[in-house]
Design a protein around this ligand. Structure first.
Ligand code: HEM
Ligand SMILES: [Ca+2]
Length: 687
């Protein structure tokens, strides 16, 4: 072994050994063709994994030899472990294999990235999110690591998934056991008492897909790891399948699949996860977060995004190469800015309406300014659509989720006149691990198993689409007798969502990714949320509730300031110490904040995130940042005057009336003819 006093030598030796070990392990990896995943890593993300895995192993070897303090010593000594990795792998015998490992140069030179240097005068945000921050060009860009509210707590201090209790004396219960005890729905299940519609759930998922996509680890050459193997001696180190107890009410196997988030660390130290979406609220869910995806979506004429019209319906383009798709080729899945659009049929209508409105505006601009080239029309349109979407999220979505107290506390209320002056380039907008893995997954509790199909008059036009039968099946979208996606769009407005609490619909808890006719072939999403937080090293609930002003619990009963006694009693059936309660169950058991959907802890994390997304986004629609092109006074007035409901009327031909508030299921209807398109005059300078 190497002498730890020669740090440089010890690091080099450990990286060399780690590289060798990982290379051999890769040859014995078990991969599979039939894994369906919503978290598929794109090629640029994949290119980072070999380096990440190698450096995690090197860190493990080094710590075993020199103690955990070595990580800090390396930093203090200024040793560039990234460079040592590059040296070591450059000397490796097999250049083809190394290519997959050396992510830095290869990843950055990818054709999918926008590499030109930042210039302060760029009129519109980039597709990849680069250069939003002029001091730190990569802030908020796609493929950049998640931020963290609290440092990660991996069991080994390096990167192993959290399986131990906080005092390390025993093992945490399996996430499925926790779900069985705490997350089952009563029958019938409680609906939301504020009268919110299922569309509030659905729109939340669109926002989630705009903000977060955590790529999963892959096997060699991008193959899917087989993480449904239950024997720990057999599965890859990047698998962490969830143990199913014997006698489980639904699953007959002893585990269900779970793939760890891809490790993109670039130096000796802890494991690091990245976001494949742009972190900003910028409709990357519609436009794509890298140039390769983006270019596939555009027609490159008149500013249009591609569409198609089978059976007379205006639809998104399809992706015949989508390996997740169970219903193709007869009913192909959808191509959009996010690979999860075909996850279930409820997502289609809201995403389609945004795309269709882009095309409507681009057409109007082209008609008014026929001399403008495609690129100019496209980007001007994109700028308008992102602006009214941001306005809608902060005006109509967030206040319902957070309530007025938290909206005010975090400074999230939109202005009705003038400009926001709080842009702060020192704020990192990055999505926080705690937000992506848990807090913003509160919406899973709102999702029903049944997605109603009704017409404009709320009359049934087909049998409800069951979630568990339709994960990555798109045939309901093509069903013309049941009015295609229009009836699902209406159904979302005219049914209640489930209450946001610790009850999850049967399909969310048992049938996500299930293959038709094969009960038990899917996963439990609520349990997966717990496992995902452990995967990221997100610590327990007790570490977070204090941030929201609650006291640190010493006994389980101390949770009484936020959790009702009956639910604390439930927590006691799975956890013995308050320090072990996972963040997700803690949050969904909290009483909601007055006027809010979520409780204080989720509310704190979500509020902090949307604050960072506002003050840390140079292109936020309310900004007038010196030397950056924001909306001018007339433009922002047009955005504020625009009623978002217009897009539900305009792009669903059978819709002639619309609820006063599309997020309130029984709110009075009014005619669509009262709603006007956005006034484009301010966006059309004379030339
Ligand atoms: C029918 C409804 C929904 C289904 C079937 C669904 C399914 C999923 C699945 C399979 C994942 C990946 C889990 C993992 O491997 O870690 C996920 C992640 C996530 N979901 Fe949902 N979801 C739904 C609704 C929602 C809603 C309403 C929200 C928010 C309001 C939401 C927010 C999120 C977030 C933030 C993530 C993390 C994304 C990432 O890290 O890549 N989801 N969801
Ligand atoms: Ca985004």
């Amino acid at each position: 072994t190497q002498d730890c006093s020669d740090l440089q030598g010890a690091v080099t030796k450990c990286i060399t050994d780690a590289f060798q070990q990982i290379t051999i392990e890769q040859q014995n990896q078990l991969t599979t063709d039939d894994v369906v995943t919503s978290q598929k890593a794109d090629p640029d993300a994949q290119a980072k994994q070999g380096k990440g895995d190698t450096l995690q192993r090197a860190t493990e070897l080094l710590v075993a030899q020199c103690g955990v303090e070595v990580i800090n010593e390396i930093d203090t000594a200024g040793i560039d472990t990234d460079a040592i990795f590059d040296q070591v792998t450059a000397n490796a015998v097999n250049p083809a294999r190394v290519k997959r490992y050396v992510s830095g140069p290869m990843g950055d030179a990818s054709q999918c990235r926008e590499d030109q240097p930042c210039s302060g005068s760029e009129p519109i945000r980039r597709i990849t999110g680069d250069c939003n921050n002029l001091q730190r060009a990569k802030d908020g860009a796609s493929l950049i690591p998640f931020a963290k509210l609290q440092p990660p707590v991996y069991d080994d201090g390096i990167g192993s998934i959290r399986v131990l209790t906080t005092n390390k004396a025993s093992k945490l219960p399996s996430a499925r056991i926790i779900s069985n005890k705490l997350f089952q729905q009563t029958d019938p299940y409680p609906v939301d008492t504020s009268g919110y519609s299922h569309l509030l759930m659905q729109f939340g998922q669109v926002i989630a897909h705009d903000l977060v996509l955590t790529p999963s680890s892959t096997g060699t050459g991008g193959a899917a790891l087989d993480c449904s193997i239950c024997d720990p001696t057999m599965y890859d180190k990047n698998c962490a399948p969830v143990t199913v107890p014997t006698g489980d009410p639904y699953f007959k196997t002893s585990c269900f699949k779970f793939t760890r988030a891809l490790n993109a660390q670039t130096k000796v130290g802890p494991r690091i996860q990245i976001n494949q979406q742009t972190h900003f609220l910028d409709l990357s869910v519609v436009y794509g977060a890298n140039l390769c995806d983006h270019n596939k979506l555009r027609s490159f004429a008149k500013g249009q995004l591609k569409t198609q019209s089978p059976q007379g319906y205006n639809m998104m383009p399809t992706d015949s190469a989508d390996t997740n798709c169970h219903s193709g080729p007869a009913y192909p899945c959808t191509l959009s800015g996010d690979l999860r659009t075909s996850l279930h049929p409820g997502l289609y209508a809201p995403q389609m309406f945004l795309l269709a409105e882009h095309n409507r505006i681009a057409q109007a601009i082209t008609t008014a300014r026929p001399q403008w080239p495609d690129e100019r029309v496209f980007q001007e349109t994109r700028r308008i659509v992102i602006a009214f979407y941001q306005h809608f999220v902060y005006t109509h979505y967030l206040p319902k989720i957070l309530g007025s107290t938290l909206m005010t506390k975090f400074g999230l209320n939109p202005l009705s006149t003038g400009f926001f002056t709080g842009y702060n380039p020192s704020v990192d907008p990055a999505i926080m691990s705690e937000f992506g893995t848990n807090a913003f997954r509160f919406g899973h509790s709102e999702a029903r198993s049944d997605f109603a199909r009704v017409d404009n008059n709320n009359k049934t036009v087909g049998t409800p689409v069951m979630l568990g039968d339709n994960i990555f099946y798109q045939d309901p979208i093509y069903n013309k007798t049941a009015q295609q996606y229009e009836s699902l769009g209406h159904g979302l407005m005219y049914t209640q969502m489930m209450k946001q609490d610790n009850q999850f619909s049967f399909d969310i808890r048992n049938r996500v990714f299930e293959i038709r006719g094969k009960p038990g072939s899917g996963i439990d999403l609520a349990a997966t949320n717990i496992q995902r937080a452990r995967d990221f090293g997100v610590g327990p609930y007790n570490r977070y509730r204090t941030l929201a002003g609650l006291k640190k619990a010493v006994t389980m009963d101390d949770f009484a300031d936020s959790i009702p006694a009956a639910k604390i009693a439930m927590l006691k059936t799975v956890y013995t110490s308050p320090d072990d309660v996972d963040l997700y169950p803690g949050m969904v058991m909290e009483n909601p904040v007055a006027g809010a959907v979520v409780g204080p802890t989720a509310g704190h994390i979500i509020g902090t995130q949307f604050k960072n997304l506002k003050v840390g986004d140079r292109f936020f629609y309310e900004n007038q940042v010196p030397n950056s092109r924001g909306l001018n006074a007339q433009e922002i007035a047009a955005v504020r005057a625009f009623d978002f409901r217009y897009i539900y009327c305009a792009h669903s031909p059978s819709t002639t009336q619309i609820p006063k508030d599309i997020f309130v299921y029984n709110s009075p209807q009014g005619p669509c003819s009262n709603l006007k398109p956005i006034d484009l005059t301010p966006f059309l300078p004379p030339n």
